[in-house]
Design a protein around this ligand. Sequence first.
Ligand code: FES
Length: 112
Amino acid sequence: MPKIVVLPHDDLCPEGAVFEANSGETVLDVALKNGIGIEHACEKSCACTTCHVIVREGFDSLEESEELEDDMLDKAWGLEPESRLGCQAVVADEDLVVEIPRYTLNHASEDH
Ligand code: FES
């Protein structure tokens, strides 16, 4: 079973976390299931950037992002080459190390 290591994040998991994932689950779902409340403003429909994560290790094991995801990511705060939308990044069979960016931008409700 692949493992997901989540690097420490001040609000969501100050100590960091490690958990097991099933291939085929999204990074977002695995995190939520394990009590890490990554935002998902568009309900996982690839229409926001609040579930943005950076895959520090294992990035290449993930299926490539689609154009729509890339378009959304272009608007994400702190975009990096290894950025993915957590709700679109499907765990394959390799361990992952994931960083949750410090900030998220919610384009669906910009006046918050
Ligand atoms: S929850 Fe909106 S794109 Fe992932």
